[in-house]
Write a protein that binds this ligand. Structure first.
Ligand SMILES: [Zn+2]
Length: 497
């Protein structure tokens, strides 16, 4: 699904120009404590400035210590993208002044990243694409600036240091990306991978994964890169695709008009659907990188690396292939389930609880009902239990619960976490499959609709109407297949009794 604004003009542009795009992703790593101090990273709903200490406040004399778990997450990412890790890496100071950076420098990695020369492959509407990954390195996050108005009506900027020093991984691609769709798919695939290996929750809307793109154009058939523009502030996968498509068109129009592009940093305005200049090249920093004197070089021994590589779980590409080949899921269902860690967990959990259930039926529940709830009511989705879903699917399969009622039970389970068994009992949902109960209802429905009976005998397709009436009379609890057979038998029999 392409989401560019004016596909026709974009198509015309792409005939003449080739986009050259590189992607930078920053993601928050899943660790209990921050990168260089013991402060907790569970600050998402905390009051400002309640998760900080002398180290992450940058107070003089405070010394950093390395978070081993964060290093392992980057090494695991490196292994998953087939990157190389040098035997020794080190930390560097990236110097710049900004109020959200209390030390006046960020501890990062400059020329010896923990992972380099990797790659990531994924499917697009035009087939499989492989993007080279230049590097993945570890650094610390900045504090958060909050702009507001104080009681006296003055505009103020406040600083919340809870995020200061949280571990961040930066992943940079080679300039291999050639379309807005590839950029979106790369970001989606990277998210799936980071979630699969447990390195990051990588939720874009929550700022756990921030995507930036360097976009330039060159006339088709030429080698030299054009002037590149950095695009920021894309807060969803959809924004990534829209912003880059917009930027490609904007640059092409400027080049066609004979203008010279400037090397700007531009922000994406989601509401207006345009990019705007945030900074021009004149503002660019010289970061004066130099080795961090407070931390030793980091040696990564081969045994540690091998242990991390061996512990990698099944990666998204392999899992998709298995779902299609072994479980018979469609490519679409496999991609949707693997694309969301929570969906994968629910699907795998339900499969484990009900090994005999049809995988396609389980997949339908996960991609339909579950992801529907996840989009609109994430809190309710979190209550959905794999064992309960397995029970629900088993009851439908055994003819104890109708499909219609099963949907209602699923929604009720998500609403308060109640068990499927208790909801079925409470609502009196029991699929009626015995003919002695259904018989009189069917007879009544037939007797009440003589015109439909005539229609049926005249060859009109009204069987569904009768089934619908019986379902209505039994509040959706009748076994629909059984009712259909019974109605047909009576009407074909001719008596109508
Ligand atoms: Zn701290």
């Amino acid at each position: 699904m392409t989401q560019s604004q004016t596909p026709s003009s974009l198509d015309a542009v792409l005939k003449r120009y080739e986009p050259v795009i590189g992607i930078e992703v920053h993601c928050q790593l899943k660790t209990a404590s921050k990168m260089f101090c013991g402060c907790s990273t569970s600050y998402a709903d905390a009051a400002p400035n309640t998760h900080c200490c002398p180290v992450c406040l940058g107070l003089p004399g405070a010394l950093p210590t390395i978070n081993k778990r964060a290093v392992e997450h980057v090494l695991a990412t490196g292994a998953a993208i087939h990157a190389e890790t040098p035997p020794a890496t080190r930390w560097d100071r990236k110097n710049y002044f900004y109020p959200d950076l209390p030390k006046g420098y960020q501890i990062s990695q400059y020329d010896l990243p923990l992972a380099a020369h990797g790659r990531l492959s994924f499917q697009t509407s035009e087939g499989e694409v492989t993007i080279g990954i230049t590097r993945a390195h570890l650094e610390e996050d900045t504090a958060k600036l909050v702009h507001s108005t104080n009681d006296a009506g003055r505009r103020v900027s406040l600083i919340d240091f809870n995020r200061s020093g949280a571990p961040l991984m930066e992943i940079v691609t080679d300039p291999d990306v050639r379309s807005a769709e590839q950029a979106r798919r790369y970001a989606e695939e990277l998210q799936a991978l980071l979630r699969a290996i447990g390195a990051s929750d990588a939720d874009m809307e929550r700022g756990q994964m921030r995507v930036e793109a360097n976009v330039s154009l060159r006339p088709r058939g030429t080698e030299p890169f054009g002037t590149r523009v950095e695009v920021k502030n894309m807060n969803s996968f959809r924004s990534v695709e829209r912003a880059i498509a917009y930027e490609i068109e904007r640059q092409a129009a400027a080049l066609d008009a004979g203008e010279t592009l400037t090397q700007d940093t531009r922000g994406w305005n989601e509401d207006r659907g345009t990019t705007y200049v945030m900074r021009s090249k004149e503002d660019s920093h010289d970061y004066r990188y130099f080795p961090e004197p407070d931390l030793p070089p980091l040696r990564v021994d081969a045994a540690w690396l091998a242990t991390i590589g061996a512990a990698l779980p099944e990666l998204p590409a392999a899992r998709r292939a298995r779902y299609e080949a072994d479980l018979g899921l469609s490519g679409y269902d496999a991609a949707v389930i693997v694309g969301d860690g929570r969906a994968t967990e629910l699907f795998e959990g339900a499969r484990a609880a009900a090994p005999d259930a049809d995988p396609k039926t389980l997949a339908n529940w996960v991609t339909g009902a579950y992801l529907g709830i996840l989009k609109t009511k994430p809190a309710a989705a979190a209550r959905v239990d794999a064992g309960q879903l397995a029970d629900l699917v088993r009851r439908v399969g055994a003819g104890e619960l109708s499909g219609t009622n099963a949907k209602e039970v699923f929604a009720a389970h998500a609403a308060d976490g109640a068990s499927v068994a208790s909801i079925v009992d409470r609502r009196g949902f029991r699929q009626i499959s015995d003919t002695s109960t259904l018989g009189p209802v069917i007879d009544e429905v037939i007797a009440a609709n003589p015109k439909a009976v005539d229609d049926y005998r005249a060859g009109k397709p009204v069987l569904g109407f009768f089934v619908g009436q019986v379902m209505k009379a039994t509040r959706g609890q009748a076994n629909a297949a059984l009712v259909q057979a019974a109605v047909k038998e009576r009407l074909d029999g001719g008596s109508g009794s």
